[in-house]
Design a protein around this ligand. Structure first.
Ligand code: UD1
Ligand code: MG
Length: 450
């Protein structure tokens, strides 16, 4: 007999869709309504890639975060109404206790997630106000992840990883990473928050990443819901892994394990649906030419929301697959972030006002760079990741294009206007998600047995 209550009924999911539509409308209305108050308080920025210099309200992610978190708080009773109504009707005291424990557990998952989102909002807003230094802001998401990790631990969280079939003779079927797994999960939140923030600087870039990753997570969650038979058949084509995961809950008649799987993905849907709603509403105002800027607040809140669902939903590796463009941009950025190559305050592409086109921006070397820097730049340039300029007589490097995916796209597809560049970036993100699904449900079937 299942220990946990069966997953919350459809009404909770439908209310979540309703909340998400409300989040969209609230962002659509409140962002322009509150913008002038932000400008009055000095929270404004100049659009670097335009000819005009009108002040644009900055940190509008705070409006989005407020809408998002308030709606998540109002939503609390919905998924739990079923369990709460059932509690007094448990037949034996033991069943009553188990029901209460499971309710407490699910509440602690939900509340610790809200705590992490609030910390991300605070950090993001402080960063907007004070431009916190890298070495100071990096550890904060690590601390914000502790409540999530404690809840993961309390539920006897899995720290084993399944070894791919070819490596099993060496390592066995399961490897227990123990504390290393917790370190990995804590670093995940640092990565998701910062990686969206450093893929930024053109209108719509930050929010479109959050939107596409959010939609990808939602699509992945939908695969795990107990659809009626007819819906399920085409999904079987996705490969063996999907068949097991999807067929499981139905064939086993909602057994303990699979009902837990469904609950986890429902939890993820409750957090992702309103996030996508709020991002879509904000995107309307942030789209080229932007009338509102997200600020670091939006990057941190959305990034933390992804970590929350990845950790609490136990699908952090699938989540990372949706971050492929961000991983590429982060690895590419490392020499500048860690100081091997000079990093200007803004690495956004260079704007040519006469043609309205964007070109790769550059970092300058007034003095010949040290040998390690030269080596890194040579490798990156051989891989087509940067373009170098040399001193005509001495032959030393005098200039390198900034190491970002935006400049990388401009190097390979040629100069384009800002709207085209953000559309290209979004296409890359969508292509990344398609590839992620192929890897997760196609390739994984070859390396792992069901
Ligand atoms: C990150 C990037 C930085 C990039 C900046 C742009 C790293 C290490 N840091 O810094 O290279 O220049 O984001 O956001 O990669 N802005 C625009 N158009 C936009 C969005 C922003 O011109 O569509 C400008 C505005 O002047 C805005 C400012 O960028 O005020 C915001 O920059 P901020 O988010 O504070 O920069 P960082 O996150 O520190
Ligand atoms: Mg930023």
């Amino acid at each position: 007999r299942p220990l946990l209550d069966p997953p919350p009924p459809l009404p909770a999911l439908l209310s979540s869709v309703g909340f998400s539509i409300f989040a969209f409308l609230a962002a659509l209305y409140l962002v322009p309504a509150l913008g002038p108050s932000f400008v009055n308080k000095g929270l404004k920025g100049r659009d670097l890639l335009k000819v005009y210099s009108d002040p644009i309200p900055e940190s509008q992610g705070l409006v989005c975060a407020a809408i998002y978190i308030l709606l998540l708080i109002i939503f609390i009773p919905f998924p739990f109404s079923n369990s709460i109504a059932n509690l007094p009707r448990k037949e034996t005291p033991l069943e009553g206790l188990l029901g209460a424990a499971s309710l407490h557990h699910e509440l602690s998952v939900y509340l610790s997630s809200l705590l992490s989102l609030l910390m991300a909002t605070l950090l993001g807003f402080l960063d907007d106000l004070f431009d916190i230094r890298w070495r100071h802001k990096l550890p904060i998401p690590l601390i914000a992840a502790i409540p999530l990790l404690m809840v993961y631990y309390a539920e006897g969280g899995n720290t084993h990883v399944v070894v791919p079939i070819p490596l099993r003779p060496l390592l066995g079927v399961l490897v227990n990473l123990g504390p290393l797994y917790y370190l990995y999960m804590a670093l995940l939140s640092t990565f998701t928050t910062n990686s969206i923030n450093i893929l930024a600087g053109i209108n719509g870039s930050e929010v479109s990443q959050a939107l596409i990753i959010g939609v990808s997570v939602i699509l992945n969650d939908l695969l795990y819901l107990p659809w009626p038979m007819d819906f399920r058949i085409p999904l079987h084509l996705l490969g063996s892994q999907a068949e097991v995961d999807l067929g499981g809950p139905w064939r086993a008649g909602m057994a303990y394990g699979s009902s837990e799987l469904v609950s986890r993905h429902l939890f993820s849907l409750y957090f992702m649906l309103p996030l996508v709603g709020v991002c879509l509403g904000f995107m309307y105002h942030n789209w080229y030419p932007a009338r509102a800027f997200p600020g670091d607040t939006l990057c941190y809140v959305t990034g933390m929301a992804f970590s929350v669902v990845g950790i609490q939903g136990h699908f952090s590796k699938t989540l990372l697959l949706f971050f492929m463009p961000q991983i590429f941009n982060f690895v590419l950025s490392c020499p500048q972030i860690f100081g091997f190559v000079p990093c200007p305050r803004h690495r956004v592409p260079r704007f040519n006002a006469d043609t309205n086109l964007l070109h790769p921006s550059t970092a300058q070397f007034p003095r010949p760079p040290p040998r390690l820097t030269v080596l890194i730049l040579w490798i990156f340039s051989a891989l087509g990741l940067t373009k170098l300029k040399f001193h005509p007589s001495s032959g030393t490097i005098v200039e390198a294009t900034n190491l970002t995916i935006l400049n990388f796209l401009l190097i390979h597809f040629g100069p384009m206007n800002e709207k085209r560049l953000v559309q290209t970036l979004m296409s890359v993100q969508v292509a990344g998600s398609v590839l992620a699904f192929a890897v997760r449900y196609g390739l994984a079937g070859l390396l792992y047995d069901g």
